[in-house]
Design a protein around this ligand. Structure first.
Ligand code: HEC
Ligand code: HEC
Length: 306
């Protein structure tokens, strides 16, 4: 009887382990699936600023946003993640990566060695980017200086330090869907929706997250506690707690100079976002503003009184 029980337990553990292994297998994009493309590094530069890579990857302590040696710490309820070196340095950065490695990291959240990345790298938004934009971005990154900063290991405890387990998280929250334009809307609206939802990853900060660390759909853009634990991120839907009083032109101007309609200058992590959006063409900032004004009004949690 005992022996049978043990055998059954072992079989169940093996089946469970195999199911876990199967369900959490990392997904890749093959070079063959990419097809031909003539990279446009100038578009890559716009994509770079639209997607804010420098906000996290700039070499810690430097202000030159083209030095991507990493080292910046991102606090989260799961521990502190340190942005790695993504400069073209051959050993310390991503100088040896192929285009397919890069596209895979951006849309599948998988490393060249086949490990899952933590969603602190906002690939849940970047998966909406077009593959040509990602390839142009890769071409632009290659033009930046190599930086020799060594990667700092993340400070994340068990069980979150087991990357394989992230496969289950991805199964639930990485839908693999590209951005789909809405033909019923204007070209401007669609450009704005693409920039905000994809490269701009605005929802990653401006939403409340649930206990799994995923964005709660009914709180998307409705603000919430800052993911890094300091302060509150405002509601940017047209709700009265959000941008109801802002004209589209006010939002576009804010994305250029960081000044609110009442003349306050923005602070915290948004200041770094403005350093990127200020580099975009006017038409892109206007498009983002038009999209934000069209969002459904959502009430968020109210910030605690200070
Ligand atoms: C909110 C912060 C943040 C932003 C913005 C961000 N990243 Fe990252 N990125 C990270 C973190 C944290 C990691 C480490 C993830 C891990 O170890 O699982 C990472 C990992 C990576 C890696 C893997 C590097 C390696 O050595 O394996 C690449 C490539 C990368 N990011 C590129 C980019 C690009 C390109 C952009 C802009 C489009 C970008 N990241 C924007 C935080 C960020
Ligand atoms: C890294 C986190 C982060 C990201 C990404 C981010 N924001 Fe913000 N945003 C903030 C924080 C924090 C504030 C509040 C700053 C302050 O208190 O001065 C803010 C403020 C704002 C405001 C002013 C709201 C108000 O009521 O004063 C607007 C508008 C805004 N963000 C739009 C955007 C857009 C559009 C994007 C995407 C391009 C974006 N944000 C991406 C963190 C972020």
């Amino acid at each position: 009887m005992m022996r049978r029980l043990i055998t059954v337990s072992i079989v169940l553990a093996l089946v469970g382990g195999a199911a876990f292994w199967w369900l959490t297998r990392p997904d890749r994009i093959d070079a063959a699936a990419l097809g031909s493309h003539t990279p446009n590094a100038e578009n890559g530069r716009i994509v770079f600023f639209a997607s804010g890579c420098a906000s996290c990857h700039v070499t810690e302590g430097l202000t030159d946003r083209t030095r991507l040696g990493g080292g910046h710490g991102l606090r989260s309820p799961f521990g502190t993640f340190y942005a790695p070196n993504i400069s073209p340095h051959a050993e310390r950065g991503i100088g040896r990566w192929t285009e397919a490695d890069f596209v895979t990291a951006m849309v599948k959240g998988t490393s060249p060695a086949g490990d899952h990345y933590y969603p602190a790298f906002p690939y849940t938004s970047y998966q909406r980017m077009t593959v040509p934009d990602i390839r142009d971005l890769f071409a632009y990154l290659k033009t930046l200086p190599a930086d020799e900063t060594a990667n700092r290991p993340h400070d994340v405890g068990f069980p979150f330090n087991v990357r394989r387990g992230l496969g289950l998280w991805k199964l639930a929250f990485l839908d693999g869907q590209p951005f789909r334009p809405d033909p019923a809307r204007s070209a401007e609206w669609n450009r704005g929706a693409y920039l905000v939802e994809g490269p701009g990853h605005c929802a990653e900060c401006h939403s409340t997250r649930d206990w799994t660390g995923a964005i709660a759909a009914d709180r998307r853009y409705a603000g919430g506690p800052n993911p890094d634990g300091r302060g509150w991120v405002p509601n940017i839907t047209p709700h009265r707690d959000g941008l109801a009083e802002w004209e589209a032109g006010d939002i576009a101007a804010f994305l250029s100079d960081g000044l609110t309609p009442t003349g306050d200058s923005t602070g915290g992590t948004m200041a770094a976002v403005i350093r990127n959006t200020s580099q975009l063409p006017d038409a892109d900032r206007a498009a983002m503003a038009a999209y934000l004004k069209s969002l459904p009004q959502r009430a968020g949690r109210r910030p605690p009184r200070s």
